[in-house]
Design a protein. Structure first.
Length: 92
């Protein structure tokens, strides 16, 4: 049986920070993971679009409201870390 390495929250947070900085066209060094993502221009349409993109990249089903329920990258990284480890998945 192959052992799957547990994903660390710091890894997920760093990955999300790069993704969202790119998606929302914000310099990565200016993206604060403790601030609400909506402060960087995330609206309801882009939230649904980005949640679908996250699903595809992570090969994991996510609630379309995940970005509203977890309004900061820090909150989102906690949730995704738990989900990835629960489903024995890795970051792409």
């Amino acid at each position: 049986m192959t052992t799957v390495k547990q994903v660390e929250q710091s890894e997920v947070l760093a990955w999300l920070k790069l993704k969202f900085a790119t998606w929302l066209e914000v310099p990565v060094e200016e993206f604060d993971p403790t601030r609400p993502i909506s402060r960087y221009g995330l609206d309801s349409i882009s939230a649904v679009t980005l949640s679908v993109e996250l699903e595809e990249e992570l090969d994991m089903e996510l609630d379309t409201a995940v970005l509203w329920d977890r309004p900061t990258l820090e909150n989102l990284s906690e949730h995704l870390t738990e989900s990835l480890n629960k489903h024995r998945k890795q970051l792409p």
